[in-house]
Design a protein around this ligand. Structure first.
Ligand SMILES: Nc1ncnc2c1ncn2[C@@H]1O[C@H](COP(=O)(O)OP(=O)(O)O)[C@@H](O)[C@H]1O
Ligand SMILES: [Mg+2]
Length: 263
């Protein structure tokens, strides 16, 4: 018997609007989509198209103007421990050690102090930071801070993990290390991941599904299912991923594929 899988996200005719000076502004056009349990979806689109807005709706941080988001059939009405969020800014408490930052996320469960510390240490070990548990964020590199954020989120056992350009502030080398780390942890925990990135290559290296959004007000315009085994490489010629990359770049920068007579 296989266990019933949880973490199914249904985005059901969702529309998000914000108040603007001249009335309501649509930040997300009507969007309908399902994230299947345990899948890894990368979301890519031009700046301001509504990627963060879509994430914030799934996280329960913004209220839909129309439609809804459901997690395993239940309408999302606010933040919950089932949905973890990781931002580009590390969002760690500077006055807490790495261990205390991870423990903070566990407070809601009413564990004993011993259980809380054990679970937080285990989470830090999973991201390779057991030796740095007592350091403060300012003593850690950018990559290490993001590892603490990942440990804090996975320690809670979320069904869904939303990552908003999580590695955007890291150098290229550190990013590659973080990709391996994230894929390892995701395989173990099997949360449903939605990963926003500006970087087409990052999307192609990581995801099972790449969703491309249109210019603002955004909606999902193209879906690429990726079945290539990981670890993936984009360097080989004749690689199908390279063709997909060209297509996505064409969607994101339509002008660059045509000579512009005004320039
Ligand atoms: N809290 C808010 N209040 C008003 N407008 C917002 C708010 N959040 C986002 N927007 C607007 O919604 C649009 C989509 O923003 P966002 O989701 O942040 O885009 P992205 O993450 O794709 O760059 C933008 O025009 C942005 O200015
Ligand atoms: Mg954003």
């Amino acid at each position: 018997m296989t266990e019933p899988q949880t973490g199914r996200v249904e985005i059901d005719d969702l529309v998000i609007r914000f108040k603007g000076k001249q009335g309501p502004v649509t930040a997300l056009e009507r969007t309908r989509h399902v994230l299947e349990p345990g899948t890894f979806t990368a979301l890519i689109g031009p700046s301001g198209c509504g990627k963060s807005t879509l994430m914030n709706a799934i996280a329960g941080f913004v209220t839909p103007a129309e439609g809804q988001v459901r997690l395993d059939g239940q309408t999302i009405t606010g933040p919950s421990s089932d949905v973890g969020v990781i931002f580009q800014q590390y969002a760690l408490f500077p006055w807490f050690t790495a261990l205390s930052n991870v423990r903070y996320g566990l407070k809601q469960f009413g564990l004993s102090k011993r259980e809380e510390i054990d679970r937080a240490r285990a989470a830090l070990a999973e991201v390779g930071l057991e030796a740095h548990a007592d350091k403060y964020p300012q003593q850690l590199s950018g990559g290490m801070k993001q590892r603490v954020a990942i440990a804090r989120t996975f320690a809670v056992g979320p069904k869904v993990l939303l990552m908003d350009e999580p590695f955007g502030a890291l150098d290229a080398q550190t990013r590659l290390i973080m990709h391996d780390l994230l894929l390892d942890i995701w395989r173990k925990h099997r949360a449903t991941v939605l990963f926003v990135t500006h970087d087409v290559d990052e999307a192609l290296l990581l995801a099972d599904h790449v969703q491309v959004m249109s210019h603002a007000p955004g909606r999902l315009i193209r879906h690429y299912p990726l079945t290539q085994p990981r670890p993936r490489a984009l360097s080989r010629s004749g690689n199908e991923l390279l063709e997909i990359r060209e297509e996505i770049l064409g969607l994101l920068h339509p002008k660059s594929t045509h000579a512009d007579p005004l320039i």
